[in-house]
Structures are given as C-alpha cells and as structure tokens.
Design a protein around this ligand. Structure first.
Ligand code: SAM
Length: 290
C-alpha cells in the first residue's frame, strides 16, 4: 500500500483537505519510514493482536500497524483529521477510527465491546502535552493491556525508567514502575518529525505487570506517601512526610519509619518502591486500627 510519510505526501494530503497542523494538540507527524517500522517492530505486533492507537494523525503509523496486526482501533481527538483518515486508510479493512479524546474514553467499555475483553497492545506517537496522563490512564484504570509502545519526549522516558538516587527518579518513575517494566529502546532526533519539536524523543516500551512486584495494601496511601515525599525533595523523609498533605504526626511517623527500617534522615528520592510499599503497609495497619 502507498505510504504517506514523506513530507511531500503529507503536504499534498493536508492541502487536499485544507488541513492545518495544531500545535496545542501536539501534532508532530513522523516522516521517517524507518522509525515507523521500528515502532511496530518494538511493539512485536502479530496478526492475532488487537491494537489501540492513540492519535493516528493522518494515518502514517496506523498503516504500518494495520499491516502487522489483527485489528486496530485508532482514537483521534481532532475532528478535522477524521475525513483525512477515512481517505488515507480506505484500503484497510481492519481499522476502526474513533473521534474522541482518549482521556475521556471509557477504556473498559471499549475493550469489552470491540475486543471482547481480549488483551490489547497500545501503540502511539503520543502528543507531548498529554503523555503522562494518557499513559497513567491505561495503567491506573487496570484495563487488559499487555504493553504500551510509545514515542515520548526523551526526558519523560528517562523519568519513567529512573532508579532511586538519580535526579530523574520521582513520582512518575514509581507510578510507572509499580504497574509496568519500562525500557527505553530507541532515541529519536527532532529531524524525523514535521514540524520539528524543540526536544529529543524516545521510544519506550512498558510491559505491563500481571501483578505489581510489591504488595501494597492501600494504593491510595502508597501514592499519597510518594507524592508527599517528592513534593519536598530536599527535605528528609521525616520532614517531608510530616509537613505534606497527609500531615502525619512526627512521633507516629518516627515509629513507622523505624519499624520499616528506614532511617528518618534519608531523602525520599533514595527510597525504593519496596521501601515505600513497606512504609505504606505499616502505616495502613495504624490507619486501619483508628
Ligand atoms: N500518529 C501520527 C504520527 O505518528 O505522525 C500523529 C502523532 S501526533 C504526535 C499526536 C496525535 O494525537 C495528533 O494527531 C493529535 O491530534 C492527537 N491527539 C492529541 N491529543 C489527543 C487526545 N487527547 N486524544 C486522542 N488523540 C489526541
């Protein structure tokens, strides 16, 4: 099938439909066939796979996905792109285009109705402005997703993959690593997009864990602790947690830190996910007895 990723072809399509790129919707289209192929390779798509693509744009990546996959649902927020997609993807019988904001999509309903609750793979060149909320929506809503292969800003990819004690380690690292195993697989320069973004990008694959590797009794408490600990990054864990949103009593906190074998003068950025889990479980015991 004719590919549509060359700058000349993209311009031709845009002119034909009178389409103008929207900066606020993060419309940076891929113009490099090798990168498009690479995304599909990394996602390890087979003919049996059900795929959700977020933000198909003009359908350049969608074509490659559809050629490898069983069925693709492509969700695009921009109404102006829908007639373009109907045109560029008209020769494919295994693609459904939905005009919706992915952040408002009922993913459970979508997967139940369109894929009979089968596990799906998510593949996308994500809009920079909403990378984190889109990824976290798939993870937090615990929909049956096997993996997410996504192009994101390089710094965001580094934060997702970061380990304790590094400058990139933070709430995003813990949230993403709680639900998945993230790996940066390719760095991508601005020159493969039109328009060129001001930042470098990376393709990152998140293999979703069947169960988190740590046992957490109360996820609300676990994530609230992490948020407070990183809200005051320069403070010790004792000070950060006693002055954060949870407003934990300092003496109680000392005891719980002690019980969890975590020295009170450590900084939140040095604690592992296992330590946050232990701390939140020990705190949960107290909360549950109140
Ligand atoms: N897939 C194309 C490519 O790789 O060249 C376009 C990727 S472009 C970086 C991001 C796409 O996501 C745009 O088409 C944009 O309109 C769409 N988009 C932005 N926000 C969205 C949202 N909340 N829900 C669904 N699509 C969105």
């Amino acid at each position: 099938m004719d590919k549509i990723s060359s700058p000349r072809k993209i311009k031709e399509i845009m002119d034909k439909h009178g389409f103008r790129l929207s900066k606020s919707l993060g419309q940076n289209f891929l113009i490099d066939e090798n990168i498009l192929k690479k995304i599909v390779d990394i996602a390890k798509i087979t003919g049996k796979d059900f795929i959700i693509e977020v933000g198909p744009g003009i359908g350049n990546l969608t074509q490659h996905i559809a050629e490898a996959a069983g069925f693709v649902i492509a969700i695009e927020i921009d109404k102006a792109l829908i007639p373009i997609l109907k045109d560029t993807l008209k020769n494919y019988s295994n693609i459904e285009i939905i005009n919706e904001d992915i952040l408002k999509t009922d993913l459970h309903k979508l997967i139940r109705e369109k894929f009979q609750n089968q596990t799906v793979k998510v593949v996308a060149n994500l809009p920079y402005y909403a990378t984190t909320p889109i990824i976290m929506k798939f993870l937090e809503e615990k929909v049956p997703v096997e993996s997410l292969t996504v192009m994101v800003q390089k710094e965001v990819a580094q934060r997702m993959q970061a380990k304790p004690g590094t400058k990139d380690y933070g709430t995003l690292s813990i949230a993403v690593q709680y639900y998945s195993d993230p790996n940066i697989l390719l760095r991508v320069p601005p020159s493969v997009f039109i328009p060129r973004p001001n930042v470098e990008s990376a393709i990152v694959k998140l293999e979703v864990l069947k169960e988190p590797e740590v046992h957490v009794q109360r996820e609300d408490l676990f994530f609230a602790l992490v948020k407070d600990a990183f809200g005051k990054r320069r403070k010790t864990i004792l000070n950060a947690l006693s002055t954060g949103d949870l407003k934990l009593d300092k003496n109680l906190l000392r005891n719980v830190l002690n019980e969890s074998n975590i020295e009170e003068n450590r900084r939140g950025e040095t604690l592992t996910i296992e330590e946050y889990a232990l701390l939140s479980n020990n705190l949960a015991k107290i909360y549950n007895n109140l």
